[in-house]
Write a protein that binds this ligand. Structure first.
Ligand SMILES: Nc1ncnc2c1ncn2[C@@H]1O[C@H](COP(=O)(O)OP(=O)(O)O)[C@@H](O)[C@H]1O
Ligand SMILES: [Mg+2]
Length: 227
């Protein structure tokens, strides 16, 4: 479904052009749940950002459903990302002055001036899916950390995305709350969503079907997790 070959990415670190991804190749099958693990600084976030087309690689090829994305213009890449990809981060990035429902509608607000009623209904269903139906009119600040991350997940689901990219989605949560978020991601995966998740936690990586280990910008191992 998503295939990256020989991806190279450099960043300017301390004035020196430094390789952060060194010829990374990964294939993500439709319906897979893949964990990306590795030490801090090994390039996990950069890889996720390349796969989700948030940043462009310096070299290598990224293909999605048999389309070469490498040469696509920004506008077409944005359209594809908005329709097929969803991203959640360690911090939820909710807007504090919008309600839970309004936050979950944000993907629609960027593209249309008035939110269609069908979108509002869909957002309510997504909030229901993440267990927040009764908190739609609250402000994020009045929710717990786990609930805030659930809103971010609802916002990611509202567009009927095909691939969910999650960069340490439990990174700012305690273990119990993190476990609830992981159970929710596993549920969504069972329902057919393709999930690519960066995590530090071996227990959470074990919930994925496969783990990709990064070390210093290289894939050093790939292991299927026992079911
Ligand atoms: N935008 C950036 N500009 C400069 N250096 C960056 C940038 N993003 C990441 N880096 C550097 O690239 C390396 C890999 O970062 P990252 O992909 O965030 O690693 P990880 O997510 O595994 O901790 C780190 O040394 C980091 O400091
Ligand atoms: Mg990171």
């Amino acid at each position: 479904m998503l295939s990256a070959s020989n991806i190279v990415k450099h960043f300017d670190i301390g004035g020196a052009r430094t390789p952060v991804l060194r010829e990374v190749s990964v294939d993500i099958e439709q319906g897979e749940f893949v964990a990306v693990v590795g030490r801090s600084g090994s390039g996990k976030t950069t890889l996720l950002n390349v796969l989700s087309t948030l940043i462009r690689p310096d070299a290598g090829v990224l293909r999605y459903r048999d389309e070469d994305l490498t040469g696509l213009a920004d506008q077409r890449l944005n359209t594809l990302r908005q329709s097929d990809f969803a991203v959640i981060f360690q911090f939820h990035h909710l807007l504090p002055y919008l309600t839970v429902l309004e936050n979950s509608l944000l993907p629609f607000m960027r593209s249309v001036r008035t939110v269609p009623r069908a979108a509002t209904e869909r957002a309510r269903r997504c909030l229901d899916r993440v267990g927040l139906a009764d908190k739609a009119d609250r402000l994020p600040g009045s929710l717990s950390g786990g609930e805030q991350q659930r809103v971010a997940i609802a916002r990611a689901l509202v567009k009927d995305s095909k691939v969910l990219f999650a960069d340490e989605p439990t990174g700012s949560l305690d273990k119990g709350t993190g476990g609830e978020i992981m159970a929710l991601l596993a549920d969504l995966h069972r329902d057919g969503l393709t999930v690519v998740m960066v995590t530090h936690d071996p227990d959470y990586a074990a919930m994925a079907g496969r783990t990709i280990y990064l070390e210093d910008g290289r894939v050093v191992a790939m292991a299927a997790c026992p079911a």
